[in-house]
Design a protein around this ligand. Structure first.
Ligand code: ADP
Ligand code: MG
Length: 928
């Protein structure tokens, strides 16, 4: 199949040949699917014919389904995976495991068959647990890649629709807009100023201009494919339509994509530091184990037994599970964030999230709902009207303020609203808006005035699209009913962009020259509306873009989202600064900022223009203090990010437009809008807010902080277990008493340490004190002094208790199975209580809830059950060299081992009290 694709020799879909499995190879008989290069030298009509599609209608859904059976999904098959059994065997490549196996073989050779069997069984358990862990980690990493499936706009059965890009098949008709990511290789047949950024493949930063002409290739010479839009490239400006010629791996850059996908994700800083921690620990453990072995040998202990214990100790003490548990914890965290509508694209982002201390957020759509309603308008001749109703519909009225000539007023309002409806790309069908909310609001306003389908009276010749830089939009049209065929310009946008282009203003339909006084009046009107928090659009029309007649203003309401106020409060409390960035005017921005509880004083409100004139020093002095940035362009966003970073902040910046990409890339966390954002900025972002809601940012920060907190907890747990186990055997050897644990038992302890209990600490639910904690310093190490103290304390506890039990049991009769069983069970129970106290560094178990982490209960429950099986089930007794204990023994051990937990509860209580007393100041313990 592969080969057919590559050479473009595919059977016709239309005749269902694939069902009969008869492949046509003769191009003359069968219309084959094309490669991009072939398609570029054909005319649009030829391509459409070869792909059997009507470009005005697109394919039928049925046809598309049939084609997909041949073409496959438009995606890159994930690299061929090794079968699970192979991965399982890989686990045995671990040198320590090989050493253990070797020792089992030696035991066997020395006729100690039961020893050999025991070791082998223990190895199999260890390897299986490791395999399951790693398999899970891989699976969850794979899930991550599926979180952001690209979508596309496609024409099927005559109606435009949007669905996942993976559904596309050759022959589909795709519609491209500014900011879109090209979903497959397209032969363009309709382009309007289409500029496409191909830098991700060609490295060429200048976007390439596209047209629909077929490319001539005399003698197969190389020519650039100016009529092809390549999969994965980005539409910088303009729009267009194209026929899908190839999909998935057959696309021109499919191979490049595949290479990029195969590239392993770089390790996060945390994963790296875990790796180096692991290496360090291994070194120490090996040194200690070597010493133990030497001393044991010198004492004349049985060499093989010492060797087995040494190697098992190495398996146990070296937290080889640590990096895996970290990865799984990060990946699971990302999944949890996705459930809370924040999609994190790469693992390292999770770590940075807990460090963010400034968030620069867009106003429209993130802080506000982006559901716009025109609520007030002022015509150039001074008539004022209020509009009732909400939503994109005609339910509502235009209520004129009292005036002398209501008829004239109504005409003026109609003239004003006409401009808004013609210079407009939005469509409202059945109260559903397609297009920009601002434009939808203007359209709805016209409908409330009884004006429907106004734009249909004109033939559009040209559009000057809205950009965040120009903050206006205009169209050039001619009237369909006026024989003069005069060109008319309709323009709308920010007042300060429209007014300079106006030479007159309309009074009852008559143009009056625009005097500076009149201009000042209009500016005052505008600021009055804006002060209510409304966004203001100025409207004008005329015979050229430099000779417009001012028609009036429309005030559009866009209420803040619920919960934004609370979110900002929480963030401010935890020391995260929130800054609002908007393209809107100052008065609007300040009014909205105040309504959501952002403190604004004249000196912390900055405009884009000011930012433009500032030097670097001035920026760094002003930007960190500011809370509101208004009339901002994408370029300003970049300088805001850079300036904050120079001042040492970790910056989260939101964006939605094509030109926000650069600022998002530069920010420590670039946040794209999922609903209203362009593909371009989603591509550049680290995180995507599915529903554009500001509150989601908090959710993500919460998760980010709690993941780090949890990782710290299980690292502490693993370290204390590992240190206790090592020290136990080391001390026993130094004190020249028999070994309290045998090899199999040590391996079992390793499973507790690296396995489920540790992992369950990683999914501890977010607790609110974690959220309120200050953002973490990026330079702060994972293992703080406080953690080390805790680890050493709990390790000492476990060690002392276990040794005491061992010593108590070990009476004159030497070491019996009962003695080691008691010691072994004692250690395991200690460890379980220890895990319980590691669920939080500060809070009591009763505060966080005994049952709030189900996974923990299951994991610990499972381990205790496992321990009981090991102690009471005869075949397992054989393997682990154990003996049944009495109920009294068990009760005694449970009571004794709970001391490690009780101790930690008291320690935490003491620390909490101390914290309260010192409120805000550093507690004495933190100086440790
Ligand atoms: P933000 O996203 O921060 O609210 P925008 O860049 O969307 O800011 O808008 C900035 C200004 O541009 C608005 O205050 C308005 O005056 C003008 N504007 C917004 N949308 C349009 C549009 N579709 N057509 C013309 N002007 C617009
Ligand atoms: Mg906007």
């Amino acid at each position: 199949m592969e080969i057919y694709f590559r050479t473009g020799k595919l059977p016709s879909h239309g005749r269902n040949d694939y069902r009969k499995n008869t492949f046509y190879h003769d191009e003359a008989i069968s219309p084959n699917w094309l490669t991009a290069t072939e398609a570029s030298s054909l005319t649009c009509e030829e391509v459409a014919q070869r792909l059997e599609v009507d470009v005005r209608k697109g394919l039928t859904w049925q046809d598309a389904t049939k084609r997909r059976q041949i073409s496959g999904y438009n995606e890159f098959s994930v690299t061929v995976e090794d079968p699970p059994w192979k991965k399982y065997l890989e686990q045995f490549k671990n040198p320590l495991i090989l050493l253990l196996l070797a020792s089992a073989v030696v035991s066997g050779a020395m006729q100690q068959v039961d020893d050999a069997v025991s070791i082998t069984c223990a190895i199999i358990i260890v390897v299986t647990v490791a395999f399951v862990q790693e398999y899970r980690s891989e699976k969850s990493l794979q899930e991550l890649t599926k979180l952001v499936p690209p979508a596309c706009h496609c024409l099927r059965e005559g109606t435009p629709d949007s669905f996942l890009a993976r559904e596309l098949v050759p022959g589909d008709i795709v519609i491209l807009n500014v900011g879109d990511r090209v979903p497959a290789d397209l032969r363009l047949f309709d382009t309007v100023d289409l500029l496409i950024d191909e830098s991700s493949f060609t490295g060429e930063t200048e976007p390439s201009r596209k047209n629909t002409d077929s490319v001539l290739r005399p003698n197969g010479a190389h020519a650039s494919n100016t009529n092809i839009a390549f999969m994965g490239t980005l539409v910088r400006s303009g729009n267009g339509k194209g026929i899908v010629v190839s999909t998935g791996t057959n696309s021109e850059f499919g191979s490049v994509f595949k290479m990029m996908q195969e590239e392993k994700a770089p390790k996060t800083p945390l994963q790296k530091s875990m790796d180096s921690l692991g290496a360090q620990l291994s070194l120490y453990s090996f040194a200690i184990i070597a010493v133990i072995l030497l001393i044991g040998w010198w004492q004349g202990k049985i060499l093989l037994e010492m060797f087995q214990i040494g190697v098992s100790l190495a398996v146990a003490a070296i937290p080889e599970g640590l990096p895996i548990v970290v990865t799984v914890t990060l990946a699971l965290g990302v999944m949890r964030m996705a459930k809370r509508k924040a999609i994190v694209k790469k693992l390292p982002t999770v770590e940075t999230l807990g460090c963010v201390n400034v968030i620069c957020s867009d106003k429209t759509g993130t802080i506000t709902r982006n559901e716009m309603t025109a609520t007030v308008l002022v015509t150039s001749d001074g008539y004022i009207a209020e509009l009732s109703g909400a939503g994109y519909n005609d339910h509502g009225q235009v209520l004129l303020h009292k005036c002398d000539y209501p008829d004239k007023a109504r005409d003026s309002v109609a003239n004003l609203l006409e401009v808004g409806a013609v210079a407009n790309n939005a469509i409202i069908t059945d109260e559903v808006l397609m297009g920009q909310p601002t434009e939808g609001a203007l359209l709805a306003a016209a409908m409330k005035h009884g004006m429907y389908n106004v734009a249909d009276r004109y033939l559009r010749l040209k559009e000057y699209p809205f950009t965040s830089e120009h903050k206006m939009m205009a169209v050039k049209v001619i009237s369909k009913y006026d024989s003069s065929k005069e060109e008319i310009y309709f323009a709308k946008g920010a007042l300060e962009r429209i007014l300079p282009k106006c030479t007159g203003y309309s009074v009852n339909g008559v143009v009056q020259p625009l005097t500076p006084e009149k201009q000042a009046d209009f500016v005052a009107e505008c600021s009055e509306i804006a002060k209510k928090g409304l966004r203001v659009i100025a409207l004008a029309k005329g015979d050229s873009l430099s000779n417009l007649t001012y028609m009036g203003l429309v005030g559009i309401c866009d209420p803040p989202r619920p919960m934004v106020r609370e979110a900002i409060n929480i963030l401010t409390e935890s020391g995260v600064k929130v800054k609002m960035v908007t393209g809107d005017a100052m008065d609007t921005a300040v009014a909205i900022a105040q309504s959501i509880g952002l403190a604004t004083q004249p000196n912390n409100v900055l405009s884009g223009e000011q930012l433009d004139t500032f030097t670097e020093q001035e920026l760094d002095a002003a930007v960190p203090q500011a809370t509101v940035f208004y009339r901002v362009s994408p370029k300003n966003k970049l300088s805001i990010v850079k300036s904050l970073q120079r001042s040492g902040y970790i910056v989260g910046m939101t964006g939605d437009g094509v030109n926000d990409g650069v600022a998002l890339k530069k920010a420590d966390i670039g946040i794209a809008m999922g609903k209203n954002g362009t593909d371009v900025c989603k591509e550049a972002a680290d995180m995507i807010l599915v529903d554009d809601d500001f509150y989601t940012i908090i959710a993500a920060i919460e998760e980010g902080k709690s993941i780090f907190h949890n990782i710290r907890n299980f690292v502490g747990f693993q370290l204390s277990t590992s240190i206790a186990a090592l020290a136990l055997v080391a001390l026993a050897t130094i004190m020249d008493i028999p070994n309290p644990l045998n090899a199999m038992q040590i391996l079992w302890i390793n499973i507790l340490m690296d396995g489920p209990p540790a992992q369950s600490l990683g999914v501890e639910p977010v607790s609110d004190d974690v959220v309120k904690q200050k953002s973490r310093d990026t330079k702060e190490p994972m293992i703080t002094k406080k953690l080390i103290v805790n680890v050493l304390l709990s390790a000492t506890f476990i060690l002392a208790g276990t040794l005491w039990v061992f010593n108590k049991e070990m009476t004159e009769d030497g070491v019996t199975a009962r003695d080691t069983t008691m010691t072994f069970t004692c250690f395991v129970f200690f460890d379980m209580w220890n895990a319980l106290s590691y669920r939080s560094q500060t809070k009591s178990v009763f505060q966080i809830g005994l049952f709030s982490n189900t996974f923990f209960l299951v994991a610990v429950g499972g381990c205790v059950l496992g321990q009981l099986l090991v102690v009471y089930v005869p075949p397992l007794q054989e393997i682990f060299k154990t003996e049944a204990l009495t109920a009294w023994d068990m009760a005694f051990l449970v009571a004794l081992t709970s001391s490690v937990w009780i101790f930690s509860e008291f320690k935490k209580l003491f620390e909490r009290l101390l914290e309260k007393r010192c409120k805000g100041k550093k507690t004495p313990l933190e100086y440790v």
